[in-house]
Design a protein around this ligand. Structure first.
Ligand SMILES: Cc1cc2nc3c(=O)[nH]c(=O)nc-3n(C[C@H](O)[C@H](O)[C@H](O)COP(=O)(O)OP(=O)(O)OC[C@H]3O[C@@H](n4cnc5c(N)ncnc54)[C@H](O)[C@@H]3O)c2cc1C
Length: 459
């Protein structure tokens, strides 16, 4: 990096908040995906004024800037593909306000998801999106990716909770969007434009979230199915039965085999295992919903149904689902964690297609997913040093995404496009929508300095 630029950046953030040491640059060259590229420097700004000054300088010097939370992106969103500056927002980690009367929380972007949830707990409130990475990922990252999780079917995703934002634009101006009101249709919805924009339009420096009262009781059940189609039909029937489960998750056979081979859980090796959770304020309410779900499990040929008696038993029923990523990640060299979503009625078709495509290309693709909202995570496992396997993985991925689109689905339910899914953007978005997206990017960032190279926005 040019020494004058380096000096100017050190003046803005202080020498202790600047690094161009090799060890830091290597650490910041990766996120949780397979992608990597080294930045030229890393900065740890502590306030909006510093970020504004950094962006003014970067804009003048045409330096790429990549905002970064915890770096847990699974699709290469936080990788500095064109070098430049990593803006690590981890030191802006204050919960500024919790206002129960107005049902909102105001936070800095570096607050860890679980820390907000913990802070809300004494008030009987929670922040529902609940990504599986919640113990480490940041709320700024959640906004930039529109993160979701196991509670999506009932409680939606991050976009349903963002009321207002403070954002530093690529030219350094500070924009305020939205309001602290539960309702507002005042002008274009600029807040929503930033949610899921993958750090390509602005740096989020303050977030106002709507928060929810937390139902105190939950009921949990697990069922196994010899046939995938029986599980798929059970999911469909649950979702139009009038009950909205607070979680409805699937674990497929390949995942069960991987778990059994690498743990002592001894799970039944069936085609599908479903875990359901209901929540409410009284036992009658949660059990009424759960009994309806259990009867649907049984009428769709469930081979075993277990209904947890207490918290410990409930945790045991969740073990298969919650240990799946850890086990699969531990035993494979390389992973592509896919994240497709299909309309609810197409979940069984998609699950069968995943299994067929895996078989056809001789690729391991254990799959888990939030079937309650149609979001499935086939995890493509491979050895990146084997060119033949890499080729089969590429062919299988292409077929997977073609099938998703054929079923009326979408490339990504919660992880984003980043670098990983750029080749497939044209399958889902026609030239008009790509043109509009590129125009929006040009309007905010005419010199393409903010997280460049992502989302297929470059011509
Ligand atoms: C084990 C595991 C489980 C996961 N489970 C889930 C899950 O259940 N649901 C889910 O949705 N995701 C999940 N993810 C993916 C990931 O955790 C989410 O995408 C998360 O929201 C990323 O947050 P982060 O702080 O790590 O952001 P990063 O990875 O650092 O960044 C992600 C993107 O956000 C941008 N960004 C970060 N902060 C800001 C900011 N302040 N302003 C502007 N842009 C910003 C970055 O530029 C980048 O484009 C999982 C990941 C792992 C490794």
């Amino acid at each position: 990096m040019d020494t004058t630029i380096k000096q100017s950046l050190e003046e803005i953030v202080g020498e202790e908040n600047f690094s161009d040491s090799l060890i830091d640059l290597i650490a910041y060259s990766k996120d949780a995906s397979e992608h990597h590229h080294r930045p030229d420097a890393a900065l740890w700004p502590v306030n909006t004024e510093q970020i504004s000054a950094i962006m003014k300088l970067a804009n003048r010097e045409k330096l790429p800037v990549v905002p970064r939370g915890a770096g847990t992106s699974l699709a290469g969103l936080a990788v500095p593909e064109q070098g430049g500056i990593i803006l690590d927002l981890g030191r802006m980690d204050k919960i500024i306000e919790i206002n129960i009367e107005d049902r909102l929380a105001v936070v800095q972007p570096g607050v860890i998801y679980a820390d907000l949830d913990r802070a809300l707990s004494p008030y009987g409130f929670f922040f529902p999106p609940d990504p599986a990475s919640g113990s480490v990922c940041t709320l700024g990252g959640n906004v930039a990716t529109n993160a979701g999780g196991i509670k999506g079917a009932k409680y939606g995703t991050t976009k349903d909770y963002v009321l207002a934002l403070e954002v530093v634009l690529p030219d350094g101006r500070v924009l305020h969007t939205g309001s602290k009101c539960m309702k507002s249709v005042s002008g274009y919805d600029l807040t929503r434009l930033f949610v899921g924009s993958e750090g390509t339009l602005g740096v989020v420096t303050e977030i106002t979230f709507k928060i929810n009262p937390k139902p105190p009781l939950v009921s949990t059940a697990m069922a196994t199915f010899e046939k995938l189609e029986d599980a798929g039909r059970a999911v469909n029937q649950i979702m139009y039965s009038g009950i909205i489960p607070s979680a409805l998750e699937i674990v497929d056979q390949q995942t069960l085999i991987a778990i059994n081979e690498n743990t002592d859980l001894g799970l039944p090796v069936v085609e599908a295992l479903l875990v359901a959770e209901t929540d409410g304020h009284t036992k009658e309410e949660t059990e009424f919903q759960m009994q309806k779900i259990i009867s649907i499990f049984k009428s769709n040929n469930a081979t075993t149904v277990k209904h947890a008696e207490g918290k410990e038993e409930a945790e045991a029923l969740w073990t298969a689902r919650k240990s799946s990523y850890g086990v699969v990640a531990r035993i494979n060299n390389n992973l592509l964690v896919e994240d497709l979503a299909v309309p609810m009625s197409k979940v069984p078709d998609m699950l069968r297609a995943i299994s067929d495509i895996a078989g056809k290309h001789d690729v391991k693709m254990p799959t888990v997913g939030h079937v309650g909202d149609g979001n499935l995570h086939p995890v493509i496992c491979f050895d990146g040093t084997d060119p033949d396997e890499v080729k089969r993985v590429q062919e299988a991925s292409t077929e997977l995404f073609e099938k998703v689109i054929e079923l009326g689905g979408t490339l990504t339910g919660e992880h984003g496009i980043g670098l990983a899914k750029i080749p497939f953007m044209g399958l889902e978005h026609d030239e008009i929508s790509m043109d509009i997206m590129r125009s929006i990017k040009r309007l905010f960032d005419p010199d393409n300095i903010l997280n460049p190279g992502k989302m297929g926005l470059e011509e």
